[in-house]
Design a protein around this ligand. Structure first.
Ligand SMILES: [Fe+2]
Ligand SMILES: [Fe+2]
Length: 195
């Protein structure tokens, strides 16, 4: 079994953008969140997780969940770059945006775990299916490791769950970057399709 240090090391290797986070404590919490999430699953690295939005949606032909996270984080900052070039500072917290984007799917080791999928499918009446989506489990992970509430908010409401609330500024960027990522990759023929 991988030690927590092995997991942390793997997270840093899978997500080099974590080094863009200037605040040392926040950077450490992002790494800790992923290491903790992995430790609660059979995965030992983010790049072992299927590159898809949910466990049974089309996956990247060439890429893993780590590439998705990196892409969303880069897209979110790209949107911020474009807006700031025209409008100047509009209040986007770049450090927080890196953390929110890199952690938006931190609940996926739990939802994508084949062990959990099999367990839930085995008795849907008892567990529901899925029992807890990655968005909701992501809130648990973020708060457990002491990440700011704003990061937990993004994990919990980057997805459809966010339609019931008002998203924060950084979460709005992550939500749109996430949608843009999947829509663009699908149209570019970068997702596996059922023939
Ligand atoms: Fe998600
Ligand atoms: Fe995502």
């Amino acid at each position: 079994m991988a030690s927590m240090d092995d997991l942390r090391q793997g997270v840093s290797e899978s997500l080099p953008e974590v080094n863009e986070i200037k605040d040392e404590e926040l950077r450490g919490q992002v790494i800790e969140a992923w290491a903790f999430a992995l430790s609660q699953s059979e995965f030992t690295r983010i790049d072992q997780i299927r590159g898809s939005g949910v466990p049974d949606s089309p996956a990247l032909k060439d890429g893993t969940q780590a590439d998705h996270l990196r892409g969303v984080a880069r897209i979110a900052h790209g949107i911020a770059d474009g807006l700031e070039r025209i409008h100047g500072d509009i209040g986007i917290d770049r450090d927080l945006l890196w953390a929110c984007a890199l952690c938006h799917d931190v609940g996926k080791p739990f939802e994508f775990s084949m062990r959990n999928q099999a367990r839930w499918q085995n008795d849907v009446a008892a567990t529901g299916f899925p029992s807890i989506r990655h968005s909701v489990y992501g809130v648990h992970v973020a708060l457990t490791v002491g990440l700011p509430e704003a990061v937990a908010h993004t994990a919990g409401a980057h997805s459809a769950e966010g339609e019931f609330i008002k998203r924060s500024l950084e979460n709005t960027l992550v939500h749109d970057a996430d949608r843009a990522y999947w829509a663009t990759m699908e149209r570019a023929g970068q997702l596996e399709v059922d023939e």
